[in-house]
Design a protein around this ligand. Structure first.
Ligand SMILES: [Zn+2]
Length: 70
């Protein structure tokens, strides 16, 4: 009897559960998220595009618009 509710694990992009497709856990800035093999290419090739959509902090190294604040 584990306290972990594995049934709630879903891919951050397509929302499929681990009962439907293999999921891998990733970490970013202290946040954890799960992603399936079908959606992993988005993380690899379109990271700056998908990370804001997934509510993940975009790394400073990511190319994008300049914010001249501060
Ligand atoms: Zn997925």
């Amino acid at each position: 009897m584990s306290a972990t509710t594995i049934a709630t694990l879903t891919c951050i992009n397509c929302q499929r559960t681990e009962g439907e497709i293999p999921l891998t856990q990733w970490r970013m800035a202290g946040q954890r998220f799960w992603i399936c093999p079908d959606c992993l290419p988005f993380l690899i090739h379109r990271r700056a595009e998908v990370m804001p959509r997934w509510n993940l902090p975009v790394a400073a190294a990511a190319k994008g618009e300049n914010h001249a604040e501060g």
